[in-house]
Design a protein around this ligand. Structure first.
Ligand code: PEP
Ligand code: MN
Length: 340
């Protein structure tokens, strides 16, 4: 961390400030030029807040020179992390996973039918929302605990691990009892820090989706929360962000993939369904994700999109998903990854 002091800062205040920083464990590299006075702080500055420094009247500005995240940082962990889901599916480090299924679990016939179809097409993890974060309280809120039971029935049929969204930490015991294999933290909860700490205290893999207007550093800091609480099994998901463009639901930030891979060692997947909001765009965005180096995809598939209880417009039919997987399989191999 570099701290630039104000030109007229009194010597006694500078002295007191330096002693305070030293007492906090930092070494100070003091460099005074003709018109700038800079303090270089050496040590672990991740817990040092910029606003605390700026609140001191002698401080002009400050700049971080190392990232505030350590556990998620590629610099301290150069190898790709491989996250294992349900003891059989690997994500990251050359392993590519496709998670597919409906936005919401609606009935036993629906979820088991879709589960069979996506498995046959090459998906390795079944997705389905039981607790749904809806913009309107009058929209379908999900089947909740019953939805988890139905996901389990589908799992009994296909044997595939399940990923589903957790919105409240009170449901963690229920999720663990129901054998949820991967806990999804949705975009709207990316900075629900108590929820992040709570899933960090479990040993379940976590799928952390990027917030609608979160920077990549904020996303990685949220992953850091989960890891700092003890759970290293985090997969990051870019799912589109809010921009000025309004012809589609969100804008897929494809550049997030190479940048996140530079920043962190965690696997990165893309959700083209929520990014686009329209089914016809999903195959192009999925192909772009593979080319950009993503470690997986999350795709919404519904047996009858026109009658889906949520996100029908962006859902592929099982037939459309078959066609997509046929084109993606050789592409995944071409880009050097192995499909689970
Ligand atoms: C979902 O995956 O169904 C979902 C609600 O996603 P997001 O949090 O990205 O909106
Ligand atoms: Mn959805």
């Amino acid at each position: 961390m570099i701290v630039i002091l104000k030109q007229n800062a009194p010597e006694d205040k500078i002295h007191a400030f330096c002693r305070e920083l030293e007492a906090m464990g930092f070494q100070i590299n003091d460099s005074k030029g003709s018109d700038t006075h800079i303090l270089g702080l050496i040590g672990d500055t991740k817990a040092l807040s910029e606003s605390w420094l700026l609140a001191n009247p002698i401080v002009e500005s400050c700049r971080r020179v190392s990232e505030p995240y350590k556990k998620a940082n590629r610099k301290f962990h150069p190898d790709d992390t491989v996250v294992e889901v349900g003891g059989k599916v690997k994500i990251g480090g050359g392993h590519f996973a496709v998670m597919a299924g409906p936005c919401s679990v609606e009935s036993e016939a629906q979820i088991t039918g879709v589960a069979r179809r996506v498995q046959a097409a090459g998906a390795s993890i079944l997705r389905g929302g039981a607790f749904k974060p809806r913009t309107s309280p009058y929209s379908f809120q999900g089947l909740r605990a019953e939805g988890l039971e139905l996901l389990n029935k589908a799992k009994a049929v296909t044997g595939q691990p399940i990923v589903t969204e957790l919105m409240d930490s009170v449901h963690i015991p229920l999720f663990l009892r129901e054998g949820v294999d991967m806990i999804q933290i949705g975009a709207r909860n990316m900075q629900n820090f108590e929820l992040l700490k709570a899933v960090g205290r479990t040993d379940k893999p976590v799928l952390l989706k990027r917030g609608l207007s979160a920077t990549l550093e904020e996303l990685v800091m949220s992953a850091e929360y989960i890891m700092a609480a003890g759970n290293p099994n985090v997969v990051l998901c870019e799912r589109g962000i809010r921009t000025f463009e309004n012809s589609m639901r969100n804008t897929l930030d494809i550049s997030a993939v190479p940048m996140l891979k530079k920043m962190t060692h965690l696997p990165v997947i893309i959700d083209p369904s929520h990014a686009a909001g329209i089914a016809f765009m999903v195959p192009s965005l999925a192909a772009a994700a593979v080319a950009a180096g993503a470690d997986g995809l999350m795709i919404e598939v519904h047996n009858d999109p026109a009658h889906a209880k949520s996100d029908g417009a962006q859902s592929l039919t099982p037939d459309q998903f078959d066609t997509l997987m046929e084109t993606l399989c050789p592409e995944i191999e071409f880009f050097g990854k192995a499909l689970n």
